[in-house]
Write a protein that binds this ligand. Structure first.
Ligand SMILES: *[C@@H]1O[C@H](CO)[C@@H](O)[C@H](O)[C@H]1NC(C)=O
Length: 349
């Protein structure tokens, strides 16, 4: 069902913006992507994720949201989706994937294809935490500018809560409030006219929907950031520990959180926890060269490693902070021979 939806998204992108561009005549197109639109989009995609075929057409959703003359059945679908939304915007409404399904999704997103020999990924950003015995040693190894930014990130008005993502339950971050973080994050990165109706905006929304669907169907620990004055969810990070690696997998911040150094805070936190955890050797922040965070990762001590799969040892089960361990993935784990040769730091002989 979800794959079908992805296909429909791509087709929609090429026809929609030309269809609606006549609506904006001025050189500065009006911002029509209001907060209400995020709620409407969430109401729609949650129905599609639940497998309701009437909602499995993102072009229709975009028409309902943005067309000056939306088709009547699109309007009534949107109305009934909105009526079904609970008033609590923090309520998780995602699908109750099993732990096996969640871990399998995480494996793919981790880049397991590289160690199973199916495909090559981009280099990954790795930090070997065995070189540090305290988080202070880590921060002292960084440039003065980076240290100052990290210190600033700890002087902000937010609180962090950790939640383990469980099997057979909706993911705790499958709520409207978290969806808002993902959408604002993607629109900020991909839609330079921020909120004007054009191809960039539709591309950003389609990307946000795919990313949201991916992260709420996967496993790990959720770090949830709230504004301590308003209580509002402003960002989240999702990490998964497997074998001897802690993988920082997903990070999304609202526009407000982007100004509050939340990402930097999340990096120091995952490094600090991994230094203290004797089972973890390496923190893996994932692909380098794919997003705005890539240069930052280097500034915070993470090396870009081509053969990351021979350095970050992902052999072994997923481990959770509530003490649970996932099923064995032995047949999909990295082969032992990858780790048998004596290698220097980061796989360089
Ligand atoms: C945190 O909130 C307090 C009270 O609202 C405010 O005075 C202070 O400037 C805020 N700090 C930052 C770093 O925004």
């Amino acid at each position: 069902m979800l794959r079908v939806m992805t296909l429909v998204v791509l087709c929609a992108l090429f026809t929609l913006s030309s269809q609606f561009s006549a609506a904006s005549t001025s050189s500065q197109p009006p911002t029509i992507f209001t907060p209400t639109k995020i709620t409407e989009l969430y109401a729609w995609v949650i129905r599609a994720f639940a497998g309701d075929p009437a909602y499995n057409d993102l072009m229709l959703a975009f028409a309902a949201l943005f067309s000056p003359r939306p088709p009547a059945h699109a309007v009534s679908l949107l109305e009934s989706a909105l009526e079904a939304l609970p008033s609590d915007s923090d309520a998780p409404l995602g699908e109750p994937y099993s732990l096996m399904e969640r871990e399998s999704g995480s494996l793919g997103a981790m880049g397991a294809g590289q160690w199973t020999g199916q495909f090559r990924t981009r280099p990954h950003a790795l930090l070997d935490v065995r070189q540090f015995s305290t988080v202070d040693e880590y921060t002292k190894s960084l440039s003065r500018g980076a240290r100052r930014t990290l210190a600033r990130s700890y002087a902000q008005n937010f609180t962090v809560t950790s939640k383990t993502i469980l099997g057979n339950e909706p993911a705790p971050h499958s709520s409207l409030a978290h969806f808002r973080c993902v959408v604002e994050h993607e629109v900020r990165l991909l839609s330079p006219n921020s909120g004007s109706l054009d191809d960039d905006l539709l591309q950003a929304l389609a990307e946000a929907i795919n990313r949201f669907n991916n992260c709420v169907s996967q496993a790990g620990e959720l770090r949830e950031y709230r504004d301590s004055n308003t209580g509002e969810i402003i960002a989240f990070a999702q990490e998964a520990a497997k074998g001897r690696v802690s993988r920082g997998q997903w990070f999304y911040a609202s526009d407000a959180a982007a100004k509050q150094y939340v990402w930097f805070h999340s990096v120091q936190e995952i490094v600090g926890r991994s230094i203290e955890n004797p089972d973890i050797d390496v923190v893996d922040l994932g692909p380098s060269g794919t997003d705005a965070f890539s240069e930052l990762k280097a500034k915070y001590g993470f090396a870009s490693v081509n053969d990351w799969h021979t350095v970050a040892d992902y052999r072994g089960r997923f481990k959770y902070e509530n003490g649970d361990e996932g099923p064995s993935w032995k047949q999909l784990d990295p082969p032992d021979w990858l780790f048998e040769k004596k290698r220097g730091p980061f796989g360089i002989f």
